[in-house]
Ligand binder design. Structure first.
Ligand code: 26V
Length: 812
């Protein structure tokens, strides 16, 4: 049944009135937004209920995606869109004198993740529902999301992100499905009267896990899956023991705040508590739900797939063992077979300092029973591996090593599938990071290149482009992204090229207006919009970008009559609060921006915009307006990248090293339609192995580079307090860990090619068109299809009229 505008207006008014007891005309933007959100939630509730019932009635296999992070972005527009209500609602609101855009700004953007890993989880949730795959998310309902970033004198300052302040209309608290999670205390095994070994506990800290469920709406297919986020509370029956606010702290803090450091592992007790809390509640709730299927326990892997998103939820493995052993009284062998067949693991980073290793003593104290089980998993692993493969490899792959629990090893040993997130990354796992495991279990390793949801990142973020595509190639691409390739046929069509250029220009104009409104910087929409948006990290090399800007600035100053192609450099990046070097890079970029943007000699030739508080909502504004996508990590370091895919799909040309998924972008769009520079991953490995890298030598021998680097320390950039020296020192005196200086020259050359091509607008736009038309393989729908088929063995349950088609050149 389709909703008419008239019916919508009537129902919306009554929704508002029932919530606030006055007319919508008196409502604040927040109230109107809340009413609209709840209206949409009511509208979808029937599908939500029926989807759940359908899964149980048909005993279908379900996936549970366990992730410490989700970055869903705002949900009002995307839910309305997926339900097919967007146009009706927009029209209805207009008739009532409001606009959707205005109400949408009142929605909090839940920053329950750090970056790529969390956003990937949310793209996957969207694709699962849209493909009709029975799939659920399992995570934490952090009361405070990733910090809000402000710049004060160019320095990053962190503020709390209280995203729940005005309530969250999308969630449903589900008191019926709470679980108890136990920490600490003493535990021992005792034979009970039936002769089973039973685990006995004393003096534990008992924490109530309360689930908040959020609907994950499929694209026009009546499917609504579930995202379950857990919140920690005091158990009702223990309330009398918690007399003071202070006493409640150890419980409340568990789900209070997201850890903001995604690049440097620290063995913090609270983080381990968070991980176990989420895992234990999730596994308990799955096994409880499984009972509804009335099947023997040995069939669990036929009906349940649990995915471990990075090692953070790897305690799923011992937790599942614990329940099957202690509560279901299975034998070790039976429990292990079930657990192993149920679990699969994705690795998202090769950064050694980000790999989780928990001190054994900490694990023992906090999770005594879990530690006992890990010890046994480790012992059995050692006992079976050593006789066949020898001591060296066994020692290197053991879970317990040098007083720590190696979580990646636990995840690999307990999972039937291990995957990386781009071709190169998976190769690096097999040849380097997890090399020994690849020798033990080659059959477990596979690649699943990341993807993005076109619904959010094209259809909704870029309506101009979407209209153009609909007009040129029909609407089929929206259900079946591989149809995007039809757009290639318009490569030589002058009219289409002009129209595409116009779409981009309008997007840039809109972003330019926004920049002026937000930061007071006037940028020329005809300039190249050059975008680098991602977490700030030395390996991602925002400072290489900065050096090029500085180089260009000096060039403008020294050659005032030279003809420059105007450029606007756009950054969005948060640095982990404790990551000093990353924060120093932010400060240098901000001070450099201040200098450049206010220098009358520069004018339109160069501008630098560093957005505060980068996140999903900002990305939606920036990406459609980008001309250049900066993907300049040191080759081998970036597991995949996903902003590269979003930018490409919106017609930006990629300026990249051959790292992560940039390699696949090259394979699909062709080298001639992007700008590649720098060392290859192989060269990086060789250079590291040779051990003779000498950044100071490069500094001394390259005049251009020396001139640029010297500007960091000779007062060219006002307002710095040693940050220029810090960057200079790390690059010149501490031998430049990420080979920035080594790649500098070839980066500058690539940037010159960018300028040259941009002078030829049609040629540029033609390449832009080819990028859009080649972006289909990076649809998360395809990625999810491959996870579902190869790893989880789950089917697209709901009848799909337009199920995902195989690609011409499938990614493997
Ligand atoms: C690591 C840690 C370390 C312990 C403390 C908290 C914390 C939080 C997050 C992380 C995850 C870092 C891994 C990550 O985000 N990897 C990114 O994953 C993207 C999706 O696969 C991929 O595109 C990026 O290349 C990769 O850097």
């Amino acid at each position: 049944m389709t909703l008419t505008v008239k019916a919508f207006i009537k129902e919306f008014k009554s929704q508002f009135q029932s919530m606030y007891a006055y007319s919508y005309k008196e409502g604040s933007t927040e109230q109107l937004y809340n009413a609209l959100g709840l209206y949409i939630k009511n509208y979808l509730s029937r599908n939500w209920k029926e989807t759940k019932e359908d899964y149980v009635e048909n005993s279908v296999k379900q996936v549970y995606y366990f992730s410490m992070e989700f970055l869903p972005g705002r949900q009002l527009e995307s839910n309305a869109y997926n339900l097919g209500l967007l146009d009706t609602i927009k029209e209805g609101l207009n008739e009532m004198g409001m606009s959707l855009e205005e109400l949408e700004e009142a929605e909090a953007d839940p920053a329950l993740g750090n970056g790529g890993l969390g956003r990937l989880a949310s793209c996957f949730m969207d694709s699962l529902a849209s493909l009709g795959v029975p799939g659920n998310g399992n995570g934490i309902r952090y009361q405070y999301g990733l910090f809000k970033q402000k710049f004060v004198d160019g320095y990053q300052v962190e503020l709390p992100e209280n995203w729940l302040r005005y309530r969250n209309v999308w969630e449903t608290r589900n008191d019926k499905s709470t679980c108890m999670v136990k920490f600490g205390g003493n535990v021992w095994l005792e034979k009970n009267h039936l002769g089973y070994m039973e685990a006995k506990y004393e003096n534990t800290l008992n924490v109530l896990a309360v689930p908040y469920d959020t609907p994950m709406v499929g694209y026009r297919n009546n499917v609504v899956n579930n995202l379950r986020l857990w919140s920690a509370e005091i158990p009702v029956e223990e309330e009398e023991n918690y007399h003071t606010l202070e006493a409640t702290e150890p419980i409340k803090e568990i789900t209070q705040v997201l850890y903001p450091d995604d690049s440097n592992y620290e063995g913090r007790l609270l983080r381990l508590k968070q991980e176990y809390f989420m895992v234990s509640a999730g596994v308990q709730s799955i096994l409880r739900h499984y009972k509804k299927y009335n099947l023997p326990r040995k069939n669990i892997p036929d009906k349940v797939a649990i995915h471990i998103n990075d090692t953070h939820p790897a305690l799923v493995i011992p937790e599942m063992m614990r329940i099957l052993l202690d509560e279901e009284h299975l034998s070790w062998e039976q429990a292990w077979e079930i657990t192993f067949k149920t679990c699969s693991y994705t690795n998202h980073t090769i950064l050694r300092e980000a790999l989780e290793k928990w001190p054994i003593d900490m694990m023992k104290d906090l999770l005594p029973r879990i530690y006992m089980i890990i010890e046994e998993i480790n012992q059995r692993f050692v006992d079976t591996t050593a006789p066949i493969y020898g001591d060296r490899i066994t020692w290197q792959t053991a879970i317990l090593q040098n007083g720590v629990v190696n979580m990646a090893h636990l995840a690999v040993i307990g999972s039937h599938s291990i995957n990386g997130v781009a071709k190169l990354h998976t190769e690096i796992l097999m040849e380097d990071v997890l090399k020994d495991f690849f020798e033990l279990y080659p059959e477990r390793f596979n690649n699943k290149t990341n993807g993005i949801t076109q619904r959010r990142w094209m259809h909704l973020a870029n309506p101009g482009l979407t209209r153009l595509l609909d007009e040129k190639i029909g609407e089929e691409w929206k259900k079946n992204p591989s149809e995007l390739k039809v757009f290639k046929g318009f490569e030589q069509d002058e009219k289409t090229i002009k129209e595409l250029a116009k779409v981009k220009f309008e997007n840039k104009q809109r972003l330019a207006d926004y920049i002026e409104e937000l930061q007071g910087i006037k940028v020329n929409p005809k300039a190249i919009f050059d975008v680098q948006i991602k977490r700030l990290h030395a390996y991602k090399r925002q400072h290489l970008n900065m050096l090029h800007i500085l180089y260009r600035y000096l060039d403008i100053k020294e050659n005032p009559s030279k003809d420059f192609v105007p450029r606007v450099f756009i950054f969005g990046a948060k640095a982990a609060p404790s990551y000093m070097y990353a924060k120093q890079i932010i400060k240098v970029i901000n001070s450099l921006a201040e200098l450049i943007n206010n220098d009358p000699d520069v004018g339109d030739k160069l501008k630098v915009v560093f957005f505060e508080n980068y996140g999903v909502s900002l990305a939606e504004k920036i990406i459609p307006a980008a001309d250049i996508s900066e993907q300049i990590s040191l080759a081998s370091m970036e597991a995949s990248g996903t902003s590269n895919m979003k930018l490409m799909a919106n017609g930006a040309l990629t300026l990249a090293t051959l790292d992560g998924a940039n390699i696949e972008i090259k394979d699909f769009v062709g080298e001639e339609n992007m700008f590649i520079f720098g060392l290859s991953s192989k060269e990086v490995y060789e250079l590291k192995a040779a051990g003779n890298y000498n950044s100071k030598g490069i500094y001394e021998s390259n005049e251009k580079l020396r001139h640029t680097l010297d500007a960091l320390t000779n007062d060219t950039i006002p307002g710095l307090n040693g940050e220029g020296y810090a960057v200079f020192d790390s690059l010149v005196n501490y031998n430049d860990e990420y080979f920035v200086l080594k790649d500098f020259e070839s980066y500058i050359k690539a940037q010159e090619k960018v300028d040259a091509l941009y002078r030829n607008t049609d040629e540029w736009t033609r390449k832009s068109l080819l990028n859009i038309a080649s972006s289909a393989p990076f649809s998360a729908d395809y990625t999810i299809k491959r996870y579902a088929d190869d790893i989880w063995k789950v089917k697209q349950h709901s009848e799909q009229k337009d199920s995902v088609q195989p690609l011409d050149e499938p990614l493997t």
